[in-house]
Design a protein around this ligand. Structure first.
Ligand SMILES: CC(C)(COP(=O)(O)OP(=O)(O)OC[C@H]1O[C@@H](n2cnc3c(N)ncnc32)[C@H](O)[C@@H]1OP(=O)(O)O)[C@@H](O)C(=O)NCCC(=O)NCCS
Length: 166
């Protein structure tokens, strides 16, 4: 297996990530949030248009995760103005899970954070996303807070906030 994690630079690659996001979100979230909320959040946060705006206006970076060249996951991050680095997205297609790829993805996030001079990585995760929470805790993250965020459309995100020093 030749696994690569590279910064997503081109429009073509961002469109590829948007298509993968649509697949992964509809596969992993139906037990946690409604189909209507999944559609709404994919369009609002993970469409090509939304990600392009995040990169241009909000200092986001996206990374593509490929196995033998095939896109199978992605990472979204953003440096904060203080000493923190925000891990916004960590997504891996179902058939690639449980193989150590997620830990490599997290390792890349820590490296990117350190390269930006940051000393901690934080993230938000749905309170019912038990597997992701277990993965983050196993990686050394701890719950530091919780947040209910109104995202419009009549929907809210009900999250824990986790953090880890890097
Ligand atoms: C979150 C995600 C990227 C994790 O990837 P994964 O392949 O499922 O993760 P793994 O099963 O390889 O687990 C990663 C590590 O956590 C450990 N782990 C997994 N479940 C665990 C548990 N219940 N308790 C303790 N450790 C656990 C694994 O042993 C592994 O450690 P290792 O690499 O040191 O051996 C993936 O499940 C995913 O994309 N999920 C859907 C999207 C999502 O929810 N993203 C997060 C949104 S905030």
């Amino acid at each position: 297996m030749a696994m690569t994690i590279n910064k997503a630079g081109s429009d073509t690659e961002l469109r590829e990530i948007a298509a993968l996001a649509d697949v992964i979100w509809h596969e992993c979230f139906p037990d946690i949030i409604s189909e209507g909320q999944i559609d709404y959040m994919v369009e609002k946060f993970q469409s090509y248009k939304a990600m392009t705006k995040q990169i241009i206006d909000q200092d986001y970076s996206y990374f593509s995760v490929r196995d033998d060249g095939e896109l199978c996951g992605y990472i979204g991050v953003r440096p904060e103005k203080d000493n923190r680095f925000f891990l916004s997205k960590l997504y891996l297609r179902h058939d690639k899970r449980g193989r150590g790829i997620a830990s490599e993805m997290l390792g890349r996030v820590y490296a990117e954070a350190r390269d930006c001079g940051k000393t901690s990585v934080y993230l938000t995760v749905n309170k019912h996303n038990d597997h992701a929470i277990a993965v983050y805790k196993n990686a050394g993250f701890t719950v530091i807070d919780e947040a209910v965020t109104d995202i419009g459309g009549g929907y809210v995100m009900d999250d824990y906030i986790l953090s880890r020093d890097v």
